[in-house]
Ligand binder design. Sequence first.
Ligand SMILES: [Mn+2]
Length: 434
Amino acid sequence: MLTFSESEYSNRQSAFLGELPDNSLVLIPTNPKSIRSNDTHYPFRANSYMLYLCGWTESDSVWMASNSGGEWTTSLFVLPRDTKSEIWEGRRAGPEGAARDWPVDNAHSIDDLDKLLSPLLEDCNHVFSITGMNSKIDSLLADCGKEIADPKPNLDSLRVIKTDAEIELMSKSAELASQAHIQAMKAGVPGVGEWHLQSVIESCFASNRSQWAYPSIVGGGENAAILHYNSNRDPVGDGDLVLIDAGCEVDGYASDITRTWPVNGRFSDAQREIYELVLKSQIAAIEACQPGARWVAFHEAASRVIAEGLIELGILDCTLDEAIGDPLEFDGPYRNYFMHGTGHFLGLDVHDVGGGRQGDDDPGPVLRPGMIVTVEPGLYFGSWRTDVEIPERYAGIGVRIEDDVLITKDGPVVLTSSCPKEISEMEAIIGQEG
Ligand SMILES: [Mn+2]
């Protein structure tokens, strides 16, 4: 089943292929299946370029386009029908189904790839392929004696601007993740297991025909100050905050939300001071997500508020300029407690294409309508840390707040706005289950 209309895919294909020279051959392979243990595989998920160009979700496949005759012809090479394999592994569309129901001109068995590819490879002047994804394709291309160009820059510049149909799907993904976080807040109670909150979140995903977009992070107490904590095996004590960074995938499109709240339903004074500061910085960063703004603008907005706040709370004893550091690098001592970027692109990949890693020297793109970014400042005071002085009042606190934001010509639109983040809103629903 195609996620979008045929015309959505053909528009994407024409926009991509229209920029390539005559006599080109393009090969986009899927990623291989990977083994989890012995003969058990991780669930297969087709790579996002394949999903973007034609919505094909089966493994062991290649999307191909060639314009040797002037016009572009697109093909899928897929696993052939095979009753014995299908009994064990599931039904296949096969080349007949692929040609009939997917947005390509024709389709073939993957077993015929070598045979059909070699004359095309010989005749074409330019070869484009994503290498490093499929070793079989890589070795086929290595033998052809031609330079292999990377099509990702062309594809990424298209993928980074979402179409109306993509925005609609991503809004659904954002709304489902918002509801899942609300369910988790309702299940909050002193002593609740991180794993239990994880199950509430992921059950909400699964019961809505979705799944996680990345392993859910549920960190209580000190675990909230570990950025990629996801063992989720500790109980969350009375008086502790829990940080939940969890998002789902709807028809391939990710959402990515973080909320931090006290499992007993009441923020302590110290927790409130840190939380309000992170929230203020997050709201300032969202406001900075304006069309035409430089990529780093929202990181700078968040950083400035955080640096000011750390001085006001007495955590940093210096001037604002000193706290921020180099005015281009933003590398001052506020980074001791806010050590990641303020956001990333979001789409088919949770850390989507389009460039712009914040916190290093990539100047990144300019924000444009149709882009979707996350905005997620945080502050972390892990008491075990030895790299920096941890203020006693805040020791053990970790807070991050993350929303998904669509850039429009009229400014930022928060797609995850139905997920509460004001203290009073959250305190009213924590533990209200049943
Ligand atoms: Mn994120």
